[in-house]
Design a protein around this ligand. Structure first.
Ligand code: ASP
Length: 332
């Protein structure tokens, strides 16, 4: 008999309507799913966190706890489902994708736009799809099950606050589609790993998420870059990786930061596509800035945080930022 552990962290799916708005209620998720007999021949256990949260409250400590809970239960279960709020689910999925090194079992995150107590909740189908995905022996990665699709966790982003179509992964095709039939696109799945399971515990790092905006890329930004103690910057640039090269102060500040040992990673603000060297204003390699290809902001931040939490040299981290580790970016 296969076994799945559901780790319940909070989120709308298990919330109830209160005078203060939607809030997680202890025990409610458990009582809602008690009647459910979702996947045949699978034993499902529930680990409910004492402090259920709206995922806007997620902190590094929560990721550390999830990683520990998966590690502690790794040998006892065939797969894991993490119940999570949608607001930061893509961040958690990305952190887990990089932190759970050597993962050879499914870890599937899900949640919902409407709570289970609502008659039209999308939570039921999301949960059942997640359980189906978590029972697959050939899925060796972190994924998000949402709105009839299974998405690679480190490629997914929240795209709607009000549609059931809450998540998408524009630069990567879905891993499965749940219709009348389930289409498992297993050719797209990560291959089984050669490494043994050795999770990394993410630690705090001083990483700046800096999105360029016309009219706002001012002296203040350059001064901040020059005067702030930083480990890394994710630079969200225009189009195919362009920055205002005419802004000498900014360019100098970026060069200075690189010279001080700050790792700067270039990703595009545009939803679809990657940074390139097509324009004079996108040749950031000459400034010592590393290409993040088509990584999402969630993946870029998570990857930096996890790599910095492992014992790797800065040079190795810089190289790894442009390499495909867990399907987070498109090379070639
Ligand atoms: N604010 C909620 C959360 O992220 C939204 C949701 O779950 O859909 O916890």
């Amino acid at each position: 008999m296969r076994k799945i552990l559901i780790i319940y962290t909070g989120g709308t799916i298990g919330m109830d309507y209160t005078p203060h708005g939607l809030q997680p209620v202890a025990g409610l998720f458990k009582s809602q799913i008690a009647t459910l007999d979702p996947v045949k021949d699978v034993i499902v256990d529930l680990l409910e966190y004492e402090q259920l949260i709206d995922s806007s409250d997620i902190r590094i400590e929560h990721w550390q706890r999830m990683i520990k809970d998966i590690s502690d239960n790794y040998d006892q279960y065939n797969g894991f489902v993490i119940i999570h709020g949608t607001d930061t689910m893509a961040y958690t999925a990305s952190v887990l994708a990089f932190a759970l090194r050597g993962l050879d079992k499914p870890v599937v995150l899900t949640g919902s736009q409407l709570p289970l107590v609502h008659r039209r909740s999308d939570g039921w189908s999301n949960l059942i799809d997640a359980l189906f995905a978590a029972s697959r022996d050939d899925l060796h990665e972190v994924a998000i099950a949402f709105n009839n699709k299974l998405l690679r966790g480190c490629r997914a982003q929240k795209v709607s606050t009000y549609r059931f179509f809450g998540f998408d992964s524009v630069d990567e095709e879905p891993l499965a589609e749940f219709g009348i039939q389930i289409n498992w696109f297993n050719k797209r799945w990560l291959k089984a790993t050669r490494f043994s399971f050795a999770p990394v515990t993410p630690q705090n790092a001083k990483i700046l998420d800096l999105s360029l905006r016309p009219g706002f890329t001012t002296d203040f930004i350059a001064d901040t870059l020059n005067n702030t103690e930083l480990d890394a910057v994710v630079l969200q640039t225009y189009g195919s990786g362009n920055i205002p090269m005419g802004n000498q102060k900014l360019v100098e500040a970026l060069k200075n930061a690189v010279a001080r040992g700050v790792i700067i990673v270039n990703i595009t603000q545009v939803n679809e596509g990657r940074v390139s060297n097509d324009y004079a204003s996108s040749c950031l390699h000459d400034l010592g800035i590393v290409s993040g290809c088509d990584m999402t902001i969630e993946a870029a931040l998570a990857k930096l945080m996890v790599l910095m939490s492992s014992k790797m040299s800065k040079e190795t981290i810089k190289n790894a930022m442009s390499e495909n580790l867990v399907g987070e970016l498109t090379t070639g």
